[in-house]
Design a protein around this ligand. Structure first.
Ligand SMILES: *[C@@H]1O[C@H](CO)[C@@H](O)[C@H](O)[C@H]1NC(C)=O
Ligand SMILES: *[C@@H]1O[C@H](CO)[C@@H](O)[C@H](O)[C@H]1NC(C)=O
Ligand SMILES: *[C@@H]1O[C@H](CO)[C@@H](O)[C@H](O)[C@H]1NC(C)=O
Ligand SMILES: *[C@@H]1O[C@H](CO)[C@@H](O)[C@H](O)[C@H]1NC(C)=O
Ligand SMILES: *[C@@H]1O[C@H](CO)[C@@H](O)[C@H](O)[C@H]1NC(C)=O
Ligand SMILES: *[C@@H]1O[C@H](CO)[C@@H](O)[C@H](O)[C@H]1NC(C)=O
Ligand SMILES: *[C@@H]1O[C@H](CO)[C@@H](O)[C@H](O)[C@H]1NC(C)=O
Ligand SMILES: *[C@@H]1O[C@H](CO)[C@@H](O)[C@H](O)[C@H]1NC(C)=O
Ligand SMILES: *[C@@H]1O[C@H](CO)[C@@H](O)[C@H](O)[C@H]1NC(C)=O
Ligand SMILES: *[C@@H]1O[C@H](CO)[C@@H](O)[C@H](O)[C@H]1NC(C)=O
Ligand SMILES: *[C@@H]1O[C@H](CO)[C@@H](O)[C@H](O)[C@H]1NC(C)=O
Length: 706
């Protein structure tokens, strides 16, 4: 056989053999996280995508107040009392010149600072509580605990933590339910019987900071909020937490031991649960917006069974990649670690009913709000890795829900269709005031990317119908936003606008490469969609698609935008997201691209770009660009770039510009690996380094990229 044939044969083998459940288990468990001290930056988590519990070395929040966060826990500070700025309706935003007319943008208005700030800071996501070990009032610090060992088993979602205090062993198991805001905790120690060990529950008040890392909220602003304890039975109690207009309930149920619950301790919202008469207690702690708790989530056994079942299914049903047979290249093992831990962490933090925040459910970034442009990264891995149940948790209902407010945003600005906001929340759907927030546009075609991804795996009428209104209104906006330039006879994008890289002058930013490519992609899908439905499409969609400005080219490379001064020559034009790599990395191949220029651009980025100031998904996007250009080794290099860091538990390190963790990195890694495992449409097949395949690397079940 010729070597090419041989390679093809191996590649087919790599997919055909699959990765049996038992082998998947071995690979997953070989990356169980082990710690012997709390991390200063990241917890270990159990959770389910809509709810997560962040633990320190004790398996609880004894020494480090990591967060318990979820999808519904949000809060507003009271509105400003400044005259003329006392209600949301008072806020006007700012008007900017846009092609000869004044357009109103949701930007902070210097004449309305208080209400502008309020709108940015509210609502914000809550840290629901802290639960930790209570040493009978003794002031114990982490170094007082000896022989600390902790292990996170991602195969079952179990966190096991043990230590010794004053000679006595303390063992804790922590689990999360698969579909409610519930943890299960088993606590074993001779100290329990002596009454010198118990649990505390404490409740914080939120703060106004944009980033709350590594911890969220204050436990010493006691007078600003209220808690009340209700003992429901000898084995259950409930605490109502009221913060201004927000309130929610924490229910604590226990088995295996008698226990008393008291509190709050003076001057705090801290409650103490003290078991007695047994050296073992099992607890179920649940959170809910009303006192209406699920009836079938009340025992330790129910929660641990749900966790085991869910995680087994997650690991065995979706795609899998096994690089562990590769012995000659140590990069394979590190990539495998990042893959497994990212799969766990994205399921815990990002598989939400709404787009997750960049810091997932670990802490609060941007007040806990989500960013619609980042949602592509967050949600795409669930499609590529064949977890469409998780993909459909937020899609398309997110867009359906935001459609009315997006239509009125476009209308107010004089455009047709729906203009999606940027930094928003599930409750109000408002786009938080911000110059970049209001002028970024690359989130607009995301619905087309999602819809096409959905349709290729579910090519049926329900899929066509459920996305139709969303795509129609999105395309209407995109066509109406493109501005006909009668000099060039092209349709222009911007100004004003911010491109993906967010680092240009919005008033001169015109025809950025990535956005032009994405507008073409989006309008093309919208037209295809109508034809799949046997419907005609508005003529303007084709007119704009066929007459969009050409890609800006400088010295045979794709520039960031048309007319950019000093492209590639200055620090200012070679940092932040190198989005021109995305036209071939993230977006599917198109006949509009000149591959010589794509290659030149990739080379120029490698040579000049200040990657030390890059974050996250830049590396995934560059890796995918390299893959499509046929340079697999460079793709692996980008995924293991020294700036693209993942800590011992697999959390993506934020780096210089964003806090830790930064989940778009984790998602980006999984999307890029998905492409490496299965290629893209028209170029299907394994794209791993040939040597890895020869040594036995295997892939199974991936959904090919667009
Ligand atoms: C704790 O873990 C670190 C890193 O894995 C290791 O170097 C160290 O020896 C461990 N310490 C103890 C006391 O086990
Ligand atoms: C916060 O205020 C907005 C109105 O501005 C309201 O829609 C929302 O329900 C309030 N509460 C929370 C928790 O966001
Ligand atoms: C852009 O133009 C608007 C007016 O339309 C102005 O308020 C704003 O300051 C300008 N921004 C920059 C960066 O020049
Ligand atoms: C440690 O244990 C000893 C004997 O069991 C006991 O007398 C002492 O009070 C304990 N110290 C603390 C700090 O709990
Ligand atoms: C309250 O707690 C915060 C940390 O949440 C701390 O920075 C601050 O110093 C504390 N204030 C007081 C008065 O103890
Ligand atoms: C709480 O304060 C009250 C009155 O200030 C005092 O009588 C009581 O002993 C205190 N309780 C605790 C647990 O410190
Ligand atoms: C628990 O009850 C809910 C309805 O309250 C139901 O939808 C769910 O399937 C039940 N789960 C189990 C594991 O029985
Ligand atoms: C028309 O296009 C040219 C070339 O792209 C550009 O320089 C000019 O500013 C555009 N005209 C307007 C009014 O935007
Ligand atoms: C579109 O028309 C074709 C040919 O008549 C038909 O097979 C198909 O089912 C139609 N599709 C829809 C969504 O109506
Ligand atoms: C284009 O290439 C020429 C020759 O290498 C160089 O002198 C010039 O600075 C380059 N211009 C830009 C904008 O990169
Ligand atoms: C692609 O770009 C290269 C370099 O600018 C040029 O030489 C070539 O003619 C272009 N190819 C096409 C098909 O336009």
């Amino acid at each position: 056989m010729r070597s090419l044939d041989l390679l093809v044969a191996f590649i087919c083998l790599a997919e055909a053999k699959g990765v049996p459940a038992e082998q998947r288990r071995k690979v997953v468990q070989s990356f169980s996280v082990r710690r012997n001290a709390s991390s200063d930056t990241t917890p270990l988590q159990v959770g389910n995508g809509n709810f997560a519990f962040g633990a320190d070395i004790t398996g609880l929040q004894t020494f480090k107040p990591f967060a318990i966060m979820n999808t519904w826990g949000w809060h507003n500070f009271s509105l400003p009392t400044t005259p003329g700025q006392t209600s949301v309706e008072d806020y006007t935003g700012l008007e900017w010149w846009t092609h000869g007319r004044l357009v109103s943008y949701e930007q902070p208005n210097p004449a309305q600072n208080d209400i502008s700030n309020w709108l940015r800071e509210n609502p914000h996501r809550l840290n629901l509580a802290n639960v930790g070990l209570h040493f009978g009032g003794a002031n114990v610090v982490e170094s007082d605990l000896k022989e600390k060992i902790q292990e996170l088993d991602m195969w079952s979602g179990r966190l096991t933590s043990s230590s010794k205090y004053n000679g006595s062993k303390i063992e804790v198991q922590t689990w999360a339910d698969s579909d409610s805001d519930t943890i299960a905790v088993q606590l074993q120690s001779a100290l329990l019987k002596k009454g010198s060990l118990g649990l505390f529950l404490d409740f914080p008040y939120p703060d106004k900071e944009k980033f709350n890392a590594p911890f969220v909220g204050h436990f010493n602003l006691t007078s600003k909020h209220k808690t009340t304890l209700e003992r429901l039975s000898p084995r259950s109690a409930q605490i109502k937490h009221t913060l201004d207009d927000t309130s929610y309930y924490t229910r604590i149920q226990w088995e295996g031991s008698e226990a008393t619950i008291t509190g709050p301790l003076n001057g705090t919202h801290r409650y103490i649960l003290t078991p007695k008469a047994s050296s073992k207690i099992q607890l179920v702690i649940s959170f809910a917006p009303t006192a209406n708790f699920p009836k079938n989530k009340t025992t330790y056994q129910q929660i641990t069974t749900a966790s085991r079942t869910w995680w087994h299914k997650y690991w065995t049903k979706g795609a899998f990649i096994d690089l562990t047979p590769v012995k000659s290249d140590p990069r394979a093992l590190e990539l495998q670690r990042r893959i497994i831990q990212s799969q766990y962490l994205t399921a815990v933090n990002s598989a939400s009913d709404y787009p997750p925040q960049e810091s997932g459910l670990v802490n609060n970034g941007w007040h806990g709000k989500f960013h619609l442009e980042m949602n592509l990264w967050h949600t795409l891995p669930f499609a590529r890795w064949n977890h469409f149940d998780l993909f459909h948790r937020s899609l398309p209902h997110l867009y359906t829900q935001l459609l009315p407010s997006s239509i009125s945003r476009a209308k107010k600005q004089g455009y047709k269709g729906a203009r999606w906001g940027k930094m928003t929340d599930p409750i109000t759907g408002r786009s938080s005031p911000g110059e970049i927030n209001s002028l970024l546009i690359w989130q607009q075609p995301h619905p087309m990317f999602f819809a096409e991804t959905d349709y290729l795996s579910h090519p049926d009428l329900p899929t066509l119908q459920k996305w139709d209104d969303i795509l129609t209104e999105t395309a209407n906006f995109m066509a109406s936003f493109a501005w006909y330039n009668s000099t060039t006879k092209f349709y222009d994008l911007g100004p004003p606008m911010y491109p993906v890289s967010e680092n240009t002058n919005p008033n001169i930013t015109l025809n950025p490469t990535f956005e032009l490519a994405y507008w073409r992609f989006g309008l093309d899908i919208a037209i295809k969609w109508k034809s799949r439905l046997n419907q005609s499409h508005p003529a303007i969609w084709s007119t704009v698609l066929d007459n969009l400005a050409p890609f800006p080219i400088v010295n045979n490379t794709y520039a960031t935008y048309e007319g950019i001064p000093n492209m590639w020559l200055s620090e200012e034009t070679t940092f932040d997201h190198p989005a021109q790599a995305g036209i071939f990395g993230l977006l599917p191949p198109s006949s509009q691209l000149n591959l010589t220029i794509v290659q030149n651009t990739a080379d120029k980025i490698k040579e000049t770009w200040h990657l030390e100031q890059s974050y996250g998904w830049d590396f995934a996007m560059l890796a995918m660009n390299s893959l499509r250009l046929g340079d697999v080794d460079q793709a692996v290099e980008y995924l293991l770039h020294p700036i693209f860091k993942f800590d011992d538990a697999g959390y993506a390190v934020g780096g210089e510009r964003v806090p830790t963790p930064y989940f778009p990195n984790s998602a980006g890694l999984l999307v890029a690996v998905g492409m490496m495992a299965s290629g893209w449409r028209g170029e299907e097949g394994v794209k791993l380094p040939g040597e890895w395949v020869r040594e036995g690397a295997r892939v199974e079940g991936f959904v090919t990229a667009l």
